[in-house]
Design a protein around this ligand. Structure first.
Ligand code: PGA
Length: 251
């Protein structure tokens, strides 16, 4: 039985005090929802402050990125060991990192290994760009990204994958439930090829890309979809809470 997971990726939004305000506003409602794992991913600078607010609750914390080295002369970077004491999850390979910060499959692979070594649970993001989708290359791109990201790893328990078609992120143009379910089914079959059927049955695979309270049910009703990685709507307490509640009702 895979416990559904809803993660809010706040991206580069909120000051420390705004982050604390946001999590405090969501907390009572979120904490009451059972049988769904709830994760918030604020910017690095707010992780400690948000941690203090959520301590002792059912809300979990994730970072949005990490460096793959443990420590050293890498000005401005944050290492897996620094995050390990603070959060449970870390988003790796988000398309915005691939697009604006030149994160390659090779870097994503190093980050995955570093996160696992530090005891963090990666939320690995994969997804095709619009032109790749239109050229019928979704399958090739998604399985390629998955295999490179996981290259050289043994199957990690607690591992989470987010299928996020790049054309659906922040555009208001979500995939359909059916499309997302098909690609996520393909991702699960690839995990079965790589690590066997038990791993494929365990791994949680989320959909991400313009998920809102209005379309969440369409995704959660799909058998292959285990939750959502939510961007814009995760900054709106009522929307995020509604997505989490609908997930609990449907699953
Ligand atoms: P969005 O972002 O929900 O704003 O489309 C999703 C994501 O980037 O994870």
């Amino acid at each position: 039985m895979r416990v559904p997971l809803i993660a809010g990726n706040w991206k580069m939004n909120t000051t420390v005090s705004e982050a604390v305000g946001l999590v405090k506003e969501m907390l009572p409602g979120l904490d009451r929802v059972k049988n769904v794992e709830k994760v918030v991913c604020p910017p690095y600078v707010s992780l400690s402050a948000v941690r203090e607010v959520i301590n002792g609750t059912t809300i979990k914390l994730g970072a949005q990125n990490l460096h793959f080295m443990e420590k050293g002369a890498y000005t401005g970077e944050v290492s897996p060991v620094m995050l390990a004491g603070l959060c449970e999850y870390v988003i790796i390979g988000h398309s915005e990192r691939r697009q604006y910060f030149d994160e390659t499959d090779e870097i994503v692979n190093k980050k995955i290994k570093a996160a696992l070594k530090a005891g963090l649970e990666p939320i690995l993001c994969i997804g095709e760009r619009l032109e790749e989708n239109e050229a019928g290359k979704t399958e090739e791109v998604v399985t390629g990204q998955l295999k490179s990201a996981l290259s050289g790893t043994v199957y990690p328990v607690g591992f989470v994958i987010a299928y996020e078609p790049v054309w659906a992120i922040g555009t208001g143009k979500a995939a359909t439930g059916r499309q997302a379910n098909d690609t996520i089914g393909l991702i699960r079959r690839t995990i079965a090829e790589l690590y066997g059927g038990e791993a494929a049955g365990d791994v949680r695979i989320l959909y991400g890309g313009s998920v809102t309270a209005a379309n969440a049910a369409e995704f959660m009703e799909q058998p292959e979809i285990d939750g959502a990685l939510v961007g814009g709507a995760s900054l709106k307490p009522d929307e995020f809470l509604s997505i989490v509640r609908q997930t609990a009702e449907i699953r």
